[in-house]
Design a protein around this ligand. Structure first.
Ligand SMILES: Nc1ncnc2c1ncn2[C@@H]1O[C@H](COP(=O)(O)OP(=O)(O)OP(=O)(O)O)[C@@H](O)[C@H]1O
Ligand SMILES: [Mg+2]
Length: 303
């Protein structure tokens, strides 16, 4: 796997089967007079703005147990989306299906309209989809800075031949990645601890480091699995502020799994609620949380 640069079009039959987006085919009915009527123009219009992420009919069973059972969701460009649900509802499993750690038994995932259901996690990351894990996966014996560099996309320097044949290019790439790492360290308020072993960080700093590691991939969509778990309130505010800023200035969309409903509600514009493998409510966060079915699902559960 010596993928250098950003190889395009892996494994994908481009376009694949014509997807019908939620809106279904555009019908001729209602087209303004004089609008182009060729089938090509219609297809183009229908494909003009696919959602950034769309999951349809996702199913994942472990043995006979359906952890994810016919789940669908959609995320628009630049949207902040939350996923909540009691323990074991299937939230992290749904993330694994979207990010590619698990293969679904049924259903599909599209990114920017392209079917990515069969791509590896790293191929999805190269297309701009990155995730963090519920339990941080930092390299505890590497410094914070080196954790970021280790997460950077592969450089030509990782193929032995280019080290000898193109040393200048390798050095330039490494310098560019080092500069990007410094930028994220400063942005995440981790510059002061950049030389510490990552294992020494507090829970909240580890979450920031996880965010830094995925930022090295220059994503357009980040899936965060419980970014506030085990984090003190001050750092929850800090992480929320960084998410908002990344969203506003870099246009990065986020899907965030959280049990901290208060913090999540303040951050997202749409919310999905999962219960026993299924989505039981979706939409405006305040309205969704007031929904009777959601309240019932949460009774006695962990919020
Ligand atoms: N690899 C696996 N093998 C068997 N069962 C699994 C596996 N992964 C998850 N499960 C089960 O699937 C169900 C959903 O798990 P999942 O981790 O997706 O829940 P969750 O909504 O993320 O919960 P939590 O809020 O506790 O993190 C649980 O019952 C879990 O035990
Ligand atoms: Mg989970």
């Amino acid at each position: 796997m010596s993928a250098k640069g950003r190889p395009e079009g892996e494994l994908l039959p481009p376009g694949g089967k014509a997807r019908s987006a939620k809106g279904a085919p555009v019908s001729a009915k209602g087209r303004p007079e004089g609008a182009p009527a060729s089938p090509g123009a219609t297809a183009q219009a229908a494909r003009a703005a696919p959602p950034l992420l769309a999951a349809t009919g996702l199913v994942k069973a472990f043995g006979g147990f359906r952890a994810v059972d016919d789940v669908a969701f959609e995320v628009a460009e630049r949207q902040l989306t939350g996923i909540v649900g009691t323990n074991g509802a299937g939230k992290s499993t749904a993330f694994a299906l979207v990010a590619g750690q698990l293969a679904p038994d049924a259903g599909s995932v599209t990114l920017g309209g392209d079917d990515i259901t069969r791509l590896s996690p790293s191929a999805r990351a190269r297309r701009g989809l990155a995730r963090t894990f519920q339990v941080p996966r930092e390299f505890t014996h590497l410094t914070v800075r080196d954790n970021l560099l280790a997460a950077a996309p592969r450089t030509s320097g990782e193929t032995l031949s280019s080290v000898f044949l193109q040393p200048r290019r390798v050095r330039a790439e490494e310098a560019a990645q080092a500069a990007i790492a410094e930028r994220w360290l400063a942005f995440l308020n981790l510059a002061a601890v950049a030389d510490l072993h990552a294992g020494k960080l507090s829970g909240g700093q580890k979450k920031l480091l996880e965010l830094g590691r995925v930022l090295m991939l220059a994503p357009r969509l980040i899936l965060l699995d419980e970014p506030f778990a085990g984090v003190n309130p001050v750092l929850i505010g800090e992480i929320s502020a960084r998410i908002r800023e990344l969203n506003a200035t870099e246009g990065i969309a986020f899907v965030i799994i959280e049990h901290n409903l208060e913090a999540l509600k303040r951050l997202v514009s749409q919310l999905y609620v999962m219960d026993r493998g299924r989505v039981i409510a979706e939409g405006d966060p305040a309205a969704v949380l007031a929904d009777a079915r959601v309240q019932e699902a949460y009774m006695g559960g962990v919020i």
